[in-house]
Design a protein around this ligand. Structure first.
Ligand code: 4FV
Length: 247
């Protein structure tokens, strides 16, 4: 998969995408992420890319030409027009389901706004989808684009240590993760749950499922609505007082 991030701050994005799991995945060719500087495409003699909003109002707006020409450049290089996603608070809030869906694309372009945003006319012309990472306002679309690039990249074969992590993850899809422990076995008088030291995989599996269901019930009941629940899952949730009949 290739992801092109259109941004005014490519260094900022590179700094994050060159570290750890994603950094290694790029080096090993499991994912190809490019950060393209929109300012490189401005025809403004003062190298400007933004201007004051018509109708007044605070802040500046990114202009059509640099954004459009940057997009055209990437499409010309690829010989096609990949799906372009504009990161904005007006978009649908990102979910793991959407991440899974987008991870099947061969190419994606992520457009980062900055300042007050981007002139609506170029959004109408080149944007296929708007995605938000949450109902709060940031100074730029870079962090949202990095969130999306990270969440998609870790779904790609070879990026995570063992792809098995996925199956596991999908089995737990839409449930909150179970608590985890590592050495030392005792810390501040706190021990590790016995079952995890038992080596009895079936019991460990059952305990982890129970913990995920309990946690999801306590913290995010809304997630249970689209969770795949087995009969024993329902029995446990019923015992927790969550009538599951309607599921
Ligand atoms: C945002 C979000 C976000 C709005 C104006 C960038 C900022 C500024 N993007 N999820 N929340 N964007 O706050 O995606 O240009």
């Amino acid at each position: 998969m290739r992801i092109d991030i259109m941004t005014l701050f490519p260094e900022m994005c590179e700094a994050v995408l060159s570290e750890s799991i994603i950094g290694r995945a790029r080096q090993n060719g499991f994912v190809d992420i490019r950060c393209v500087n929109i300012r490189d495409f401005t025809k403004d003699k003062h190298n400007r890319v933004d201007d004051a909003p018509y109708g007044g109002g605070t802040g500046m707006l990114m202009q059509t030409q640099p954004v459009y020409d940057c997009w055209e450049h990437i499409c010309a290089e690829l010989g096609k027009k990949p799906k372009l996603i504009y990161m904005s608070p007006q978009g649908q809030v990102l979910t793991q389901q959407k991440v899974k869906e987008l991870s099947k694309e061969e190419n994606l372009i992520l457009l980062c706004g900055h300042y007050e945003g981007i002139d609506e006319r170029v959004i109408e012309e080149i944007v296929d989808e708007e995605i938000s990472i949450g109902d709060y306002v940031l100074t730029g679309g870079e962090l949202p684009a990095l969130v999306l690039a990270d969440s998609i990249s870790r779904m790609l074969p070879g990026v995570l240590a063992n792809d098995e992590a996925f199956e596991q993850e999908s089995h737990y899809s839409s449930l909150l993760e179970y608590p985890q422990y590592t050495r030392p076995p005792e810390w501040h008088g706190k021990s590790v749950p016995e079952v995890l030291l038992s080596g009895h995989h079936k019991n460990i599996e059952a305990w982890r499922r129970e913990q995920s269901l309990k946690r999801t019930f306590e913290r995010r009941k809304d997630l249970l609505d689209n969770a795949e629940l087995s009969k024993s899952d329902r029995k446990l949730l019923d015992s927790l007082g969550k009538e599951t009949k309607k599921y």
